[in-house]
Design a protein around this ligand. Structure first.
Ligand code: NAP
Length: 359
């Protein structure tokens, strides 16, 4: 059924609008849409975004074949959005700030995430688009500790949770605002995808914060790792989940958690890399900090605060809904970690080892 829906959309020729196309998930999503022959319009903030998207498509081996168009629009500004939405049937709203380092103030992330989502929804509604699929995050679901550590689409992060990082707060407040808008105004369908940590092949030369972790490990920038477990999902599977969420009639008004399998820890991730790339083993993390060490070090190292708050808990994240309702079948997470590393070596973003065993 999904394949037929994709074919119908390609034949109809009505464009899908993608925001955040210059990003990690955006590149894969646009590649997938064009690969299916679907007319795709993307928003870029600056002219350089065009080259970034085209370079990612070249790396993905996808020829836009005259089906790709660009409109300039920013989450921080009303300009451009009516043009971007003109004639569009579906919107994939992926854009949101996801910085490598925490911002000076929370508002730097919250404003574009929340106000940008409302801007996109408002413009989509005004233009008569059928559905907006918004990329939220597990950050909006599972960062208020629950005793049983089990998380499903029914859970929400409380934005007032003590020590909640600004990014997590921005995703929670943006998703909340989007649901409130859709309920209050009506006239537009909203579907939300909540991915866990996204890994998998990097396209372009700017790995996002998540793939950047694998890069940091491979380049010897993480000599020790905190004891911290998190969900992992492949970027290609998250793109696929967005397309399913966009087309399935029963997906309207629903959230979908995106996780590929049981949570992994930084240490497990390092182990997967060590086994596959023995030639770089001496650069990989050598040790996992204990909870006590993390708590002590977090007093002076802000980057450890999140892990220290979580105290090594292992979240159990349920992907039953996406599998059963949308027929989503994510791939094995260990393979995803290896594919991330492969792409980083190939792009020269991670240093090769000296031994012959690598690669
Ligand atoms: P990314 O590579 O950093 O891409 C972020 C995208 O958002 C870029 O295209 C960026 O455009 C755009 N953007 C940021 N601020 C903007 C603004 N003010 N106006 C317009 N565009 C703006 O991150 P990603 O990993 O692809 O993330 C995509 C989405 O997935 C985000 O919503 C993120 O929160 C969500 N997510 C990511 C992960 C993960 O592990 N990566 C996990 C869960 C959810 P520029 O190129 O112009 O900066």
């Amino acid at each position: 059924m999904f394949t037929e829906e994709l074919e119908r959309l390609a034949e109809a020729g009505r464009p899908v609008l993608v925001t955040g196309a210059t990003g990690y998930l955006g590149g894969h999503t646009v590649a997938r849409l064009l690969g299916e022959g679907i007319a795709t319009r993307v928003t870029i903030r600056e002219e350089s975004g065009r080259d970034q998207v085209l370079a990612a498509l070249r790396q993905a081996g996808v020829d836009p074949a005259g089906k790709l168009s660009f409109v300039t629009a920013s989450l921080d500004d009303d300009r451009g959005w009516p043009d971007a939405m003109d004639g569009v049937g579906h919107v994939l709203h992926l854009a949101s700030p996801f910085p490598l380092t925490p911002p000076e103030t929370e508002e730097e992330l919250i404003r574009p995430a929340r106000d940008g989502a409302l801007r996109v929804l408002g413009a989509a509604r005004a233009a008569g688009a059928a559905r907006v699929v918004m990329t939220s995050s597990f950050a909006a679901v599972g960062y208020t500790v629950k005793e049983d550590n089990h998380y499903s689409e029914a859970d929400w992060t409380d934005p007032d949770t003590e020590g909640l990082p600004a990014y997590h707060k921005s995703k929670t407040l943006a998703e909340r605002a989007a649901w409130e808008y859709a309920a209050d105004r009506g006239g537009i369908e909203l579907t939300v995808v909540n991915p866990t940590g996204i890994f998998g092949p990097v396209l372009g030369d700017r790995p996002s914060a998540s793939a950047g972790l694998v890069r940091a490990m491979l380049n010897g920038d993480m000599p020790v790792v905190p004891v911290m477990y998190f969900g992992v999902v492949d970027v290609r599977d998250v793109a696929d989940l967005h397309l399913r969420a966009m087309l399935h009639p029963k997906a309207a008004g629903e959230r979908f958690l995106g996780v590929g399998g049981p949570a992994l820890s930084f240490w497990t991730m390092a182990g997967i890399l060590r086994e596959r790339y023995p030639a770089v083993a001496d650069r990989l993390p050598a040790r996992e900090l204990t909870v006590e060490e993390m708590t002590e070090r977090a007093r002076t190292e802000p980057s450890l605060r999140e892990a220290a708050t979580l105290r090594g808990r292992v979240p159990v994240i349920d992907n039953t809904k996406a599998r059963s309702l949308l027929g989503w079948e994510p791939r094995d997470t260990a393979r995803t970690i290896v594919d991330t590393a492969e792409s980083l070596f190939r792009l020269g973003l991670a240093r090769p080892g000296t031994g012959a065993a690598e690669g």
